[in-house]
Ligand binder design. Structure first.
Ligand SMILES: [Zn+2]
Length: 324
């Protein structure tokens, strides 16, 4: 079987992976390329709708701003810190409640009034926070929304695909949406066309260049069959980016305790949405608070060693190579 990223057909390995978010337990075939390392779903089911039940998290209603002034202020301070402000209170809040999405936007070195596009943004939670933090030119798109959303503060979230977006953007970002796309190369090529001269693309995804994939394999929680079509290695995403005329500038690992408790649950046949799952009932779960704390520490250590199970990839336009 051939790799969909680099075409290699030699020495590839396959895995049967079960649907364990909802606990349907049907199994799906995944191929791991021996050359580029990309793990990929071999056959995308004809009807994916049953795997995106109405309760799927991105589509839950987004909290409007909290009516509690203290909480609202705390959120603002943390956002400001994540976006580059050096305030002590914000720093303390960030260390307890980290916000890697905002941090990754700050890292993108944008012009003063950046135009930011969020692809697969659900109901636009991150964009709302950017709006509250003072960013002006924002747009979110998600084809799986029921309809467009126009927030009172002017933020627009459109029910449409990336290919319906036009104009020039300084930052195009995919926060845990890129792995759900069946056409990653076409997506990046189109993304490259939308980018302004110094525009950047930010892709936040689970990665197989990680300890969790090596340790847990079929039970790795972020494999998430069959919703995740491609689980890239650093190498395979770099190859894909290069084919689309983009250059990989930076990889920042931002994994957390989920890789451990989620995967440990799957090893014991406990689905993510199960009554006994830590996601639903921490007190009924198989983990004590100390276990979770230890997992968090381990995740931080993995990130520092570039072995966490998710990362933020910063890509920039590779001028002169767009036509390849
Ligand atoms: Zn490959």
């Amino acid at each position: 079987m051939q790799c969909k990223i680099c075409d290699n057909a030699q020495g590839n390995q396959t895995y049967r992976v079960r649907e364990m978010m909802f606990g349907y337990r049907e199994s799906f075939e995944y191929l791991e390329c021996s050359q580029c390392g990309c793990l990929q779903l071999v056959q995308i089911p004809a009807d994916m709708s049953k795997y995106y039940a109405a309760a799927y998290y991105s589509f839950l209603p987004v909290d409007s701003e909290s009516p509690n002034v203290l909480r609202r202020t705390a959120k603002r301070l943390r956002s400001a810190y994540a976006l580059g402000d050096r305030g002590l209170v914000g720093s303390a809040l960030f260390s307890v409640f980290p916000h890697h999405e905002l941090r990754s936007v700050a890292k993108a070195k944008l012009p003063r009034v950046p135009r930011i596009l969020d692809v697969g943004c659900g109901r636009g939670k991150l964009l709302l926070e950017l709006k509250h933090a003072g960013f002006g030119e924002l747009l979110g798109v998600d084809p799986f929304l029921e309809c467009d959303i126009q927030y009172p503060n002017g933020l627009l979230i459109r029910k449409c695909s990336l290919y319906e977006v036009t104009g020039q953007w300084d930052l195009v970002m995919f926060h845990h949406s890129f792995e759900h796309l069946a056409d990653p190369l076409e997506t990046l090529r189109y993304c490259s066309k939308l980018l302004s001269e110094n525009g950047q693309c930010l892709i936040r995804v689970p990665t197989v260049s990680s300890y969790a994939w090596r340790k847990y394999r079929e039970n790795w929680v972020q494999l998430d069959a069959p919703r995740h079509y491609f689980l890239h290695s650093v190498r395979s995403l770099e190859m894909l980016a290069s084919k689309a005329g983009l250059r990989m500038e930076d990889v920042a690992y931002d994994s957390n305790e989920f890789q451990f408790w989620g995967s440990e649950q799957y090893c014991r046949d406990i689905p993510l949405h199960d009554e006994r799952s830590y996601a639903r009932n921490p007190s009924k779960s198989i983990f004590a608070r100390e276990d979770i704390r230890a997992f968090r520490k381990e995740a931080e250590a993995l990130n520092a060693r570039k072995e966490g199970d998710q990362a933020i990839f910063h890509l920039s336009k590779n001028r002169g190579e767009e036509s390849r």
